[in-house]
Ligand binder design. Sequence first.
Ligand code: FAD
Length: 393
Amino acid sequence: MNGKKTSVAIIGGGISGLVCAARLSQLGITDSIVFDTGKHAPGGRCSSRFINIEGKLHIFDHAVQFFTVSDPRFAKIVSFLHSKGAVKVWPGKIVHLKPGRKPTEVKNMQAFIGTRGMQAVPECLSTLVHMEGNKWVSSVHWDSSMKKWKVDDHGWFDYLVVAHNGKCAARLMADAGTPQIHNLLKVKFGPVLLPRTNVMQLCSLWVLLFALPQKIEVDFDGAFVEHSDISWIGNNTSKYNTENKMSCWTVISSKTFGANNKVPQELIPPLKEKEVISLLLNGFAELTGINRQLITPCFTKVQLWGAANPLNVLQDEECVFQSSHNVGICGDWLVSPSVEGAAISGLALAEVINQHVNGASKDVGLKKHLEPVKTEAIGAFPTNKSLFFKSAK
Ligand SMILES: Cc1cc2nc3c(=O)[nH]c(=O)nc-3n(C[C@H](O)[C@H](O)[C@H](O)COP(=O)(O)OP(=O)(O)OC[C@H]3O[C@@H](n4cnc5c(N)ncnc54)[C@H](O)[C@@H]3O)c2cc1C
């Protein structure tokens, strides 16, 4: 394929798809398109909501809360994002919290956040790539004589990248003529990893966003919670230093709570919505020690991430590539359920595609060996082995 323009269709504009496209472009493969369902912006699970409450816009991070850096390859990406003013260090106090116990502070961790919500990260990456937003890709087809992929009615591409997971990815690849790729994308759901399973398993998480008309006294900016219906509490107002008399909070449920209260995420029954809001506000009151009567939000919104985070990841390889069909997979579930894991996977796949374009013919990761995710923090991202950027502010 040398000397010819190589085209790549990337289905999914989360961190993995965006990083994959950006690295391909850096390697000289500039004819790639990222298709993403996002109506307003790309980013997938790394995005924010900007909510108008009483005439003022407030930032709420509704999935990723912050990220850490442990891999030098990711450190380079973060340096780039930092140079573009898209990320900054979060000096906030982050604690571990158990009901009825004193919080203990998380030490030796450098946390990064977007400068305008976590949304700033995908927004910055998307300036490097060709994005087709608000596009749901519903069918892909491999033509073995042309050796090209047809992507809906968007034309033919030399390579296909599946940069998302969950039921839609498995469905998309079910009849694509690549059973090994389809097999890898099969998925089960549940809060606890099934024993000896070799199938990707995802958990579901509820997220409650709420605003209180006043500031409240809480001795942390973010808390990892154990033994509760809640797994994380984050103060968006202190995080983004918004001059604000209100306080805007994100509460993420536990995996068990997610499973016990599962409903169709696109069609949450109003009664369930009310129940979840009430249960998570009760949990918030209990954990922060604030009188429940004083927690009277002027805004609430709940969201169910049905396919929130993987409980197992691919062993040994950081991406998947089938050289006979010019098709690859990237995503957090191949490395670790985190911004860093997703970025590393996208980066790795771009390198493999570039090598293939230049004549190397190697399959990667097709032998499916999944292993349990090792850490427990929200998306199970590393909090214990951060690389520190001395100059980052
Ligand atoms: C509640 C929650 C909290 C989290 N907190 C943290 C945290 O604090 N720190 C951290 O590091 N990580 C956290 N994570 C994990 C982190 O969000 C993910 O690991 C990471 O964002 C995954 O990126 P990705 O590119 O692999 O996938 P995704 O972000 O899922 O991107 C896939 C994209 O593909 C799109 N798509 C799907 N199907 C199609 C289709 N057919 N056509 C076009 N587009 C399609 C989707 O809409 C999506 O935009 C959290 C996750 C959740 C759910």
